[in-house]
Write a protein that binds this ligand. Sequence first.
Ligand code: AVI
Length: 381
Amino acid sequence: MATAVVAQHSQSNFAGDVRAGLLRSGQKELPSKYLYDEVGSALFEVISVLPEYGLTRADERLLGRHAVDIVSRLKSDVLVAELGSGSGRKTRWILEALTRRQRTTYCPIEISPTALARCESELGQIEHVSIVGFERPYLDGLLAAASWRREHEHLLVLFLGSTIGNFDRDAGERFLAEVRRILYPGDALLLGTDLEKPLPQLVAAYDDPIGVTAAFNLNLLARINRELDADFDLAAFRHEARYNSSERRIEMHLRSLRGQTVAIARAGCSVTFAKDETIWTESSHKYRADEIPAMAQRTGYRCDGQWLDSEWPFAENLRAPFARGNHFHGPNRQDLRALIHAFESLLGFRYRLDRRNPQMDSAGGVNRHRDILPFVHDAQV
Ligand code: AVI
């Protein structure tokens, strides 16, 4: 029953966002979070192994090489929370390094139940790791994970894969500052950032020759056809990846190849496109390694370490929250727990995969480890 509520709730957001984005004056836009339905998520997995798209491999390489060093810089007894865990593959390195010194609770935070299940099957077999997944938007999930930790535990927040690059720069900084507000001194944030690189390399990463990224982008229109009963002719749109040098970002667009009108029944609208008009579907901002410490400072952190990949410019950045004067020490732990519990009983649900809990283990399979209370599902931040 909870799943039905999710579907209804998220579909009405989807319809509203599609209508707002396509009927706005000026540049038409669709939020990039809608690229990731089941088909889009599967296509993204393929993108991540394309020879032209080195980002995911660089992220994995850095974590594989430096996880032990990264973990050695953390205070002991760490609870790991990951924002947008995806399949969880990269996280294995960090969890394995941590389990050399402690039992570890890992809290993946995802709005996609499929991604959470994939993450559990990827990481659920690591000894001494308990997984407590939160099917929530990032900040709600992080608050819930923060309330889960025990008195002596520090939080390590993972925000990998340069997902920060998909936020506009200001919004990204506001988001990191919000994360900071949930952290206490002694906690840490590990942030993956894709770096600037030569233009041909950058464009090829988002416009690969076999067309996987084009399919990933066009799937957004196919998804609108499937879920909102629209009549987009996919052959009348073309994927485009352009570099915006003043904003230092790759933009993905869908270009209308002719003048056309598209009906979107379940969004209650029709949209007219001029020939060559585009829908902007995603931004992927690129960074310079040396701008990251200043960005950390602006959002309430200091940089405790940076690791760079030599094959594909990419940086893993370890940030520690600094206390601004004496007045900021994170939210009071008891207030936070009370707030979360009130929030959970009103709106929340807890998705739990706990391999340490003997009652759950004796119950058997993965699905029986889930303890689902009623919930309201929101769009991802
Ligand atoms: C998830 N995100 C970091 C990817 C990126 O590179 O911005 C999404 C992506 N879009 C096209 N290719 C990959």
